[in-house]
Design a protein around this ligand. Structure first.
Ligand SMILES: C[S@@+](CC[C@H](N)C(=O)[O-])C[C@H]1O[C@@H](n2cnc3c(N)ncnc32)[C@H](O)[C@@H]1O
Length: 207
């Protein structure tokens, strides 16, 4: 099965911290406050729940559709969230295909998720999420940028090799995602770079 993070789930956060020194976590936390106070947000490919835990503290009234393909990631996430808080989170194991057709979101979160897919599939997933976001809705996105310097290029290649072997990810390299937002007329409200511009975090708004 492609994009299967079950094997690496217990190690994923520690590995990320080891390689990116906390910047993966920081980039995800950066703009959580930009989400609406209330309503329903799609958090897709959220992983082990570290950012979900921060989100529920910052936005105590927000409802969250937490969708991840890995049953192991989901298990770890649920353990992090106190039981009373779980009432406003719908945990769902699955892919973009499990977004209920009638759900319309006030916000969307894609952190280190779209980079898993080859360009044609990424485009389809992006379009699907876009259709489920209300006009005026906010889309928080964080991801890698194509490496430019030799050390960064080597790091990118090793990272893909690791996740190809252990998680069978579909993508072979990093693509710049900005065009996906530009093509659909999103307005970029904020953007911040980390780790010598190897990663970034941004806030987009659907017009
Ligand atoms: C690289 S991890 C990122 C996790 C988290 N966002 C973070 O940065 O710490 C990608 C996550 O996406 C999930 N995933 C992969 N394909 C998916 C899909 N089609 N739909 C939903 N989740 C998926 C994986 O199980 C994994 O938890």
């Amino acid at each position: 099965m492609s994009n299967n993070f079950n094997l690496v789930a217990p190690l994923y956060d520690r590995l990320g911290d080891l390689v990116y020194g906390g910047d993966l976590q920081a980039s995800q936390a950066e703009y959580l406050s930009e989400l609406p106070e209330e309503g329903l947000v799609l958090f897709i490919g959220g992983g082990s729940g570290q950012t979900l835990r921060k989100l529920i503290r910052i936005k105590p009234k927000l409802r969250i559709y937490y969708l991840d393909a890995s049953s192991r990631m989901m298990e770890i996430s649920k353990k992090l969230i106190p039981t009373p808080e779980q009432e406003r989170i719908e945990f769902k194991i699955g892919t973009e295909n499990e977004i209920p057709p009638h759900y319309k979101f006030d916000g969307v979160i894609t952190f280190y998720f779209l980079d898993l897919f080859r360009e044609d599939k990424k485009e389809k997933i992006f379009e699907k999420i876009h259709q489920h976001l209300k006009s005026g809705g906010v889309w928080l996105h964080a991801d890698f940028l194509p490496a430019k310097r030799l050390l960064a290029i080597i790091k990118e290649k090793l990272m893909f090799l690791f996740f190809k072997i252990f998680s069978h990810i579909e993508a072979n390299r990093i693509h710049e995602d900005q065009k996906l937002f530009r093509d659909r007329n999103y307005s970029e409200l904020k953007r911040k770079f980390y780790h010598k511009k190897q990663i970034y975090s941004a806030v987009y708004q659907k017009l």
